[in-house]
Design a protein around this ligand. Structure first.
Ligand code: AMP
Length: 113
């Protein structure tokens, strides 16, 4: 299987700033930030998207969610943050390695576009 973009970043083949890493997941800064803080948190063992997750991924997904507030705090998002998971073409998914967007640092609007 060809490496995903995020696997290439983890392997140092594509430059990026890794801002968080634990035993199941890692986070980088988004190359095209949509807010003053825009991080991407992804599992080290790739799954294509959240609708490809299996019951055996439950622990990893739980650990990822628990990592979100740690990353938000590390990024100084005391006033709040938003998480987004794009799944499939209607959502605008572009990288088929599941990831959680973590956005903040400004007032975010609702509903999203
Ligand atoms: P999505 O559209 O939900 O699949 O999100 C993919 C995200 O990856 C987008 O927000 C892109 O800006 C971001 N992205 C693409 N290439 C890179 C890269 N080399 N480094 C960091 N972020 C990237």
């Amino acid at each position: 299987m060809e490496k995903t973009l995020f696997q290439k970043i983890l392997d140092g083949e594509i430059p990026s700033e890794i801002i968080y890493r634990d035993d199941v997941c890692a986070a980088i800064k988004d190359i095209n930030p949509q807010a003053p803080v825009h991080a991407l948190l992804f599992p080290i063992k790739p799954i294509a998207r959240i609708d490809a997750a299996n019951p055996e991924d439950a622990e990893m997904l739980g650990k990822m969610l628990l990592a979100v507030p740690k990353i938000a705090k590390q990024c100084g998002l005391e006033k709040g943050f938003r998480t987004v998971i794009n799944n499939g073409p209607d959502a605008g998914e572009t990288v088929p390695h599941m990831h959680i967007h973590i956005l903040g640092g400004r007032q975010l609007h609702w509903p999203p576009g």
